[in-house]
Ligand binder design. Structure first.
Ligand code: GLA
Ligand code: ZN
Length: 670
């Protein structure tokens, strides 16, 4: 476990490098990431490679015991390259080039881009393969889909489709191009979604997204192969930028050693509560990418801003608390963005740890404390893993399918994922967020938001989990389509109808209209977005609609299936509904949890052998109290804490407990 910073030697006078290295060493920084945008300095003109300045910088940092991660610079092709090979630039849906000025101006399928990127990566890899300070690589920077419509992308798209479908008949059949005379009679007729019209075939659009992901993966793969061959002892990662995301991060990270995340939680004190929950989801998603610990390659050091008005400065304790949140949810190394604010360029006011004044201030002192703590606990926490007992399922494909066809006003797949995950987090449950294609056997509670694209294979897997005792919660818009984005001709939730013991007789996309559901005990909750009118076939009704023409019909059902049960939620309800539901489901499934957590206080557990480390994070600006069931040793403060743990604004506590025989003895309740 290490503390690092993002450092841009090319932004500073050489005389500052040594001062910076010294201060880093004193502060407890042992790693820097460099060079990910420095192409114009590394290759100032075609074929003239100038690594001397980077060698000098790396040498200085090495002297101070600081290790190096090198970013490959393919996110910023230099102007000479753009001038020489205009096909490097991506083209929009009207086929106009997107000019440089900002980074990311590169088409992943451009042969020139690939050639020149491969060349510089090869030079860098050969040069730094055996440098004792260099430990690994970040490929490119924050990949995303760039919607390029250039000739190369058009050709590659056709190739991709012909490989997938083999014959045009199969493609026409799968996409249902018969609608509106869209049938293709020659491959050349197929283009990327040119022109920007909104009326499109959804099967075509979903394949387009998949093709785009594959283009990025291929572009990365090219660099990865070079790095692996020259630097077999180095790790290779990529810094993803947050969610929701059309690019399939699971595919992107498949062959990388670990995923890295750039994490910028909102700094506004009023929003820190909701921001903390969104952050928890992002971190859990990142851990779920490879189902292992990850790195934070960038995180907040000061007020962000530049192309928007600056955000509030992080309040005292904020930087430290959100850094610990990353570790609590599986980060093994933290790299803060950035050491010092840039005096020039597009991000002058995206503040670093040190301001333009070059005088380390309040935020720097907080960072220094964080470094002390992380370095002190690094051996204890190294090798520990986050425990997840409940799972939330996530899919980029499903996200894309919903983006292509919004289902109801205000209904958003990812926002609903946030809602369910937030309720699980508030309920003090230990939650993983994993890909729908992952193995789910270990989970006793599985929350599966809107499995809109549902094939038999996924349905079978879920049914087996339930047969073996899991509780599965499925929601509206499940089983609507196959993987080609074509509707199943079957009552919803299609392949899960038997397991749910209910079908959807009719639905009402109510959008922002607010409806009410009533439970057996008379308790009511509001709901909106969508109302499935359910027809139980073996399931028991848990909630009924209280209004509209479907008042009195079932809205939520539960069905015993094998050793487990399936809840079907035909609605999207207010948060309290999920808090109550997860409470009940967790109790029935016997899951570990800390109940009665105050708003904005989060828990998680990292485990190594018999030792468990319970993290208690107050991600709010006000004091909060958590009650544990006993007294525990605090790792951070080297004293006993509990049963009452008082957490000041943005306070962090980590307590150790040893697992008793026969289960987790924890924890805390009110
Ligand atoms: C991203 C990028 C960085 C920097 C920060 C701040 O995460 O990777 O280069 O631009 O955002 O904006
Ligand atoms: Zn292109």
């Amino acid at each position: 476990m290490k503390m690092g910073v993002d450092y841009y030697p090319e932004h500073w006078e050489r005389s500052m490098w040594e001062q910076d290295a010294r201060l880093m060493q004193e502060t407890g920084v042992s790693l820097i990431r460099v060079a990910e945008f420095a192409w114009s300095r590394l290759e100032p003109e075609e074929g003239r490679y100038e690594f001397g300045w980077l060698d000098d910088a790396i040498h200085i940092f090495y002297k101070y015991g600081i290790q190096i991660v090198i970013g490959t610079p393919s996110c910023t092709p230099p102007n000479w390259l753009v001038e020489r090979c205009p096909d490097v630039l991506p083209r929009d849906a009207m086929r106009n080039p997107r000019y440089p000025g900002i980074r990311g101006h590169r088409c992943y399928n451009s042969p020139s881009m690939r050639l020149y990127a491969a060349r510089i990566v090869e030079k860098l890899a050969a040069h730094y393969a055996s440098h004792p300070a260099v430990i690994g690589w970040q490929i490119d920077n924050e990949f995303s889909l760039n919607e390029c419509h250039c000739e190369n992308c058009n050709n590659r798209f056709r190739e991709w489709l012909s490989k997938k479908y083999v014959t045009l008949e199969a493609l026409n059949q799968d996409w249902g191009t018969v609608v509106w005379s869209g049938e293709y009679s020659a491959w050349e007729q197929i283009t990327t979604p040119l022109g920007g019209t909104t009326f499109r075939n959804p099967s075509f659009l979903l394949d387009w997204k998949r093709f785009e992901t594959d283009s990025v993966v291929e572009f990365q793969q090219l660099q990865l192969r070079i790095l692996r061959s020259y630097c077999p002892d180095h790790f290779v990662t990529h810094n993803i930028w947050s969610y929701p995301m059309s690019l399939d991060y699971y595919k992107l990270c498949e062959e990388l050693d670990f995923a890295s995340l750039d994490y910028y939680p909102g700094t506004s004190p009023e929003k820190s509560v909701s921001g903390g929950y969104n952050g928890a989801l992002t971190l859990d998603l990142t851990r779920g990418i490879k189902r292992q610990n990850f790195w934070i390659m960038e995180t907040i050091s000061g007020p962000p801003g530049c192309w928007f008005p600056m955000w509030r400065t992080p309040q005292p304790g904020f930087i430290r608390a959100f850094a610990w949140q990353c570790i609590a949810r599986g980060a093994d190394t933290l790299v803060h963005f950035r050491w010092r604010s840039a005096p020039f360029g597009a991000e002058q006011f995206w503040h670093g740890l040190i301001d333009h004044s070059n005088v380390p201030g309040r935020r720097f002192e907080e960072y220094r404390r964080l470094c002390d703590e992380v370095n002190r606990l690094s051996l204890v926490l190294a090798g520990s893993e986050v425990i997840g007992e409940a799972a939330v399922l996530h899919s980029h494909d499903i996200y894309n399918a919903f983006e292509i066809q919004p289902q109801a006003e205000g209904m958003n797949y990812f926002d609903n994922l946030k809602l369910y995950h937030r309720a699980l987090t508030k309920s003090g449950l230990l939650t993983d967020v994993v890909n729908t294609t992952d193995d789910l056997d270990k989970y006793r509670l599985i929350v599966a938001p809107s499995l809109y694209l549902l094939d038999e294979q996924l349905a079978e897997k879920l049914k087996n989990c339930v047969k073996n005792g899991a509780t599965l919660i499925v929601t509206n818009r499940t089983g609507v389509k196959n993987r080609s984005n074509v509707c199943w001709i079957h009552p919803l939730p299609a392949h899960l109808a038997e397991a749910a013991g209910a079908t959807v007789a009719e639905y009402d996309p109510v959008g922002y209209d607010v409806h009410t559901i009533r439970m057996l005990d008379g308790k009511t909750y509001s709901c909106s977005q969508w109302c499935d009118i359910l027809e139980p076939a073996g399931a028991e009704t848990v909630a009924w609609y209280a209004d509209d023409f479907y008042a009195g019909t079932p809205a939520v059902t539960v069905h015993s299936y094998g050793k487990g049960k399936v809840y079907y939620l035909g609605i999207v309800a207010e948060e309290n509904f999920y808090l109550d539901l997860f409470d009940k489901a967790a109790e029935e499934a016997g899951l570990t949890r800390v109940t009665g957590l105050p708003e904005g206080v989060q828990i998680s557990i990292r485990r190594k052998g018999n030792s468990n480390y319970l993290f208690l994070l107050n991600l709010t600006p006000k004091q909060q109290t958590v009650q544990l069931n006993d007294t525990y040793r605090s790792l951070l403060h080297e004293r006993s804490v509990g049963p009452d743990v008082i957490l000041g604004p943005y306070a962090v506590e980590i307590v150790e407990f040893v697992e008793a025989l026969g289960g987790i003895p924890l924890v805390a309740t009110v």
